[in-house]
Design a protein around this ligand. Structure first.
Ligand code: TYD
Length: 219
């Protein structure tokens, strides 16, 4: 059964660790495709270099928003939809909610147009489950700083207030829809993994009950 799961979180929340653990666990029984935004395709990776380059200090928030959405349209058409159509489970590191959180709540771009843009870029493809790994902004950035220097990007260089707004944005979005699972990212990785597995199994069982298996076309 196809399932579209996205991971969201501020910097240093441990998304990639959890995606790896989930992919391994689910991969025993089913085909799992792991991808990320921005990126995941040749065009997406070219946009990724452009949009995250720390040298591009003059980039306008609207240009930034459109570039993230261009990469998104490409990954949806080229990778995500075909994988779901083949009945695979897709795990995506960031998706449309990142634009609402970063460009919307972070940069103060109006949410209405951003939502319309996301609907266009994704052709209305909404995740079945969105896992938000929540962590205090200072702790998250410190974790990220302790990692590889070359991973530091233009978004991470922004002021603390920006990242606080992003986190608040995520929490606001999570309150608005039942597709979100909010997890305390400071818990041990194994505990977080268990919580995610419990929720994923619930969604898989739900999907099997519905037999429609096309929940990812609805909010
Ligand atoms: P990345 O190196 O993938 O960081 P992370 O490990 O935190 O996911 O960088 C992606 C950066 O781009 C991250 O700072 C969040 C930002 N971003 C947006 O601002 N808007 C978006 O729509 C997306 C997908 C990412």
């Amino acid at each position: 059964m196809s399932l579209f799961i996205t991971f969201e979180g501020p910097e240093g929340s441990g998304k990639s660790t959890q995606i790896g653990l989930l992919a391994t666990a689910l991969g025993e029984a089913q085909r799992v495709l792991v991808t990320r935004e921005p990126g995941g395709t040749r065009i997406g990776n070219a946009i990724r270099s452009l949009v995250l380059d720390p040298a591009h200090t003059e980039m306008s928030p609207r240009a930034e928003t459109l570039l993230f959405n261009a990469a998104r349209a490409q990954i949806v058409d080229e990778i995500i939809r075909p994988a779901l159509a083949r009945g695979e489970i897709v795990l995506c590191d960031r998706y449309a909610d990142s634009t609402l959180a970063y460009q919307g709540f972070g940069h103060g771009q109006p949410l209405g147009p951003l939502r319309q843009l996301a609907a266009y870029a994704t052709a209305e493809l909404t995740p079945d489950l969105t896992i938000f790994l929540d962590i205090d902004v200072v702790a998250g950035l410190a974790r990220k700083r302790a990692g590889a220097v070359e991973e530091w990007n233009r978004m991470e260089e922004k002021a603390l207030a920006f990242h606080e707004n992003v986190r608040r944005g995520y929490l606001t979005l999570a309150e608005q829809s039942s597709r979100w699972l909010v997890i305390d990212a400071t818990l041990p990785a194994a505990t977080i993994h268990q919580q995610i597995m419990a929720q994923v199994h619930q969604r898989i069982n739900q999907g099997a009950d519905d037999e429609a298996g096309n929940g990812h076309y609805q909010q």
